[in-house]
Design a protein around this ligand. Structure first.
Ligand code: EPU
Length: 341
């Protein structure tokens, strides 16, 4: 187990601000996690804590987090079940998500290829219900193993118990902060069914001159993402800053009267999802900056640190951008990124 005091978090999050934590702990097993949790009943009683993954969905709004930052180094992947159709792959919460995708593709197992290059780790995939290009991880999850924060006891959740929806799970809702994910088991297909009809995946495959396969779809998705999304090592960012708003069909029809080209996707319960990036672009904010924070010039859903921006500058930009969308479209957009003070 690694334990540090006054620890720099700069390499632990992707927005790139210099932030420190009063305490930082990285555990590598369930036993070590239970040991850490027992400290919250002793020396760290009452201390705020924050569990991070790859830090790709965080915005620190001050320069010091006065609590304990936890990170999982539970790694490893193993096949725990297999039948004619599927393979069950169990992975540690600290496995880098894209390494899991690469592994599945190399083994010929389908399901996660459209989620290529999503930053983050396995634990967060189950909390966030990561999704891209028409695929959500909730549809692939078989079980989520956790440890209860209060009692240190193991509890396994089936997907039906996780309350999964677009970018949502019970771990973000009523059980927020109550359980820590240690392992996730995914059900992958031995005879993959490819999803290439979302966005411009098919177009990219055609441009590449390749037949659809697990490998070529993964490469196409990587190309599309690399084209639009900034590399955090070059330009600090946390991927999509806002969640796409899910609105009633009548709201979308109202917008379509003035903007016939409005893109939208079907969502749950007959509602529709309108891309926040499109709304922000129509407000004229794509590529514009406020202080040292900016709206990315290739994908308006992403806010970037131009260099030296503070968390507060990014928060201010997000408020101004959300305000512009509200004023023009009467639609509220909400951050997907977690603000940590
Ligand atoms: N659009 C614009 N202007 C923009 C950005 C987008 O007009 O600046 C339009 C596009 O032309 C397209 C539509 O909006 O018609 C959708 O754009 P895109 O395919 O880029 O997807 P998105 O809805 O903006 C979501 C996810 C992404 C994921 C993509 C692909 C959320 C919050 N974000 O973005 O996830 O990669 O779909 O499926 O749902 C992430 O979580 O960090 C992330 C990048």
């Amino acid at each position: 187990m690694k334990r540090h005091a006054d620890y720099s978090l700069q390499s632990c999050h992707t927005f790139g601000m210099e932030v420190c934590a009063a305490h930082f702990v990285e555990y590598a097993s369930v036993e070590e996690l239970c040991e850490v949790l027992s400290a919250f009943r002793g020396e760290w009683a009452g201390m705020p804590w924050l569990h991070i993954g790859a830090g790709s969905n965080l915005l620190f709004t001050s320069d010091c987090y006065r609590g304990v930052v936890l990170h999982s180094a539970i790694r490893g992947m193993e096949v725990v079940g297999e039948d004619e159709e599927c393979v069950s792959l169990r992975a540690g919460a600290g496995v880098v998500w894209d390494e899991l995708v690469a592994h599945c593709v190399s083994q010929g197992w389908g399901g996660v290829e459209n989620l290529s290059l999503i930053p983050g780790e396995v634990g967060a995939s189950a909390v966030q219900n990561i999704g891209a290009y028409g695929v959500e991880v909730a549809d692939l999850i078989e079980k989520v193993e956790t440890i209860g924060v209060a009692d240190g006891k193991e509890r396994t959740f089936r997907p039906t118990e996780c309350d999964y929806a677009y970018r949502w799970s019970i771990f973000k809702g009523e059980l927020r902060g109550k359980y820590i994910v240690t392992h996730v088991t995914y059900r992958l297909q031995k005879h993959p069914v490819l999803h290439i009809d979302y966005g411009n995946v098919r177009k990219e495959l055609e441009r590449m001159g390749e037949q659809p396969s697990l490998e070529s779809v993964r490469r196409a998705i990587c190309n599309i993402r690399n084209e639009k999304l900034p590399d955090p090592k070059v330009l600090g960012n946390a991927g999509s800053f806002f969640v796409n708003p899910v609105v009633s069909r009548s709201v979308m029809e109202r917008i379509r009267e003035d903007w016939p080209e409005v893109p939208y996707y079907e969502a749950e319960d007959g509602r529709v999802k309108i891309p926040a990036g499109w709304l922000i672009e129509q407000c004229g904010w794509k590529g514009r900056s406020l202080g040292r924070a900016a709206v990315h010039d290739k994908q308006a859903l992403v806010l970037v640190n131009l260099g030296g921006a503070t968390g507060r500058e990014v928060v201010e930009l997000s408020r101004v951008v959300a305000g512009a969308v509200k004023e023009k479209f009467d639609i509220e957009i909400h951050p997907e990124v977690n603000f940590i003070s």
